[in-house]
Design a protein around this ligand. Structure first.
Ligand code: 0O2
Length: 225
């Protein structure tokens, strides 16, 4: 049984949190505009690439604003006081875009194209493809800052861009579900199986790229005839 005083404290904390979350919603609207700008930029890059190289580097794109409740959980996980100022400073993925590409080479094509844009400032790169996480997770994570032009000022807004292949994405979505199903304590045998699956996904990425390159060679040969 929870003692009455402790229970009262918990109810008060929950009430404070709820009122914080409602205030936060108003502060987060600028992230929506940042996502709209990034989405437009990525769409243009993809179409231009298709026009010039006859190939779409982006298979699909998904963007989201992190819910205030998830922001609070992440602050708690990091051991940081729950304030909107801390959220804006320490949570880098309040606005997030996930780009899914066909091939690993497309991931770096997109990364370079994004970095070349004058108004985008890349402030952090985590390359989990060259340096996968111990569980097998692979993806390229960028934190960028993009200016949002409001009526009386310009705000530089942080956006997290995750770029991965379809195979990496398949693996990550399943791993994410398993992680939460086992309340973040995945049994050792399953961890090993996931690691093997990540290697299989990487093998598939390399194999598909090889096949695609061979198809390009066939096309070139056919043009010579
Ligand atoms: P959710 O539920 O997806 O939103 P930092 O930015 O350094 O303060 P952070 O944000 O943990 O800390 O950095 P990192 O490593 O770049 O991870 C950001 C996001 O990448 C995570 O967000 C996940 O979406 C994804 N990610 C990272 N590691 C893994 C992993 O091992 N498996 C899977 N499936 N996804 C991963 P959140 O907020 O942690 O989670």
């Amino acid at each position: 049984m929870i003692p009455t005083e402790e229970l009262k404290k918990k109810v008060l904390e929950a009430e404070n949190l709820q009122s914080n979350l409602n205030e936060w919603k108003e502060q987060l609207f600028v992230y929506k505009f940042a996502l709209e700008e990034i989405n437009t930029k990525l769409k243009i890059l993809n179409e231009e690439y298709q026009y010039i190289h006859n190939h779409n580097p982006i298979e699909h794109m998904k963007s989201r604003i992190k819910s205030p409740a998830s922001i609070v959980k992440k602050l708690q996980r990091k051991g940081i006081d729950i304030t909107i100022e801390n959220a804006l400073e320490h949570i880098h993925d309040i606005a997030g875009v996930r780009i899914t590409c066909s091939f690993i080479s497309d991931i770096y094509t997109m990364y370079e194209a994004i970095s070349r844009q004058d108004d985008i400032e890349v402030i952090r790169v985590k390359d989990y493809i060259k340096h996968p996480k111990a569980n097998g997770y692979k993806s390229l994570h960028l934190i960028v800052k993009i200016p949002v032009f409001l009526s009386n000022h310009v705000e530089k807004v942080k956006v997290e861009i995750q770029i991965r292949t379809i195979a990496m994405d398949f693996w990550a979505s399943l791993e994410h579900k398993i992680y939460y199903k086992f309340d973040k304590e995945i049994p050792h045998e399953l961890q090993m199986e996931l690691k093997n699956a990540a290697e299989a996904a990487h093998f598939l990425d390399e194999k598909m790229k090889k096949i695609s390159d061979e198809v390009d060679l066939y096309k070139l040969e056919a043009m010579k005839i």
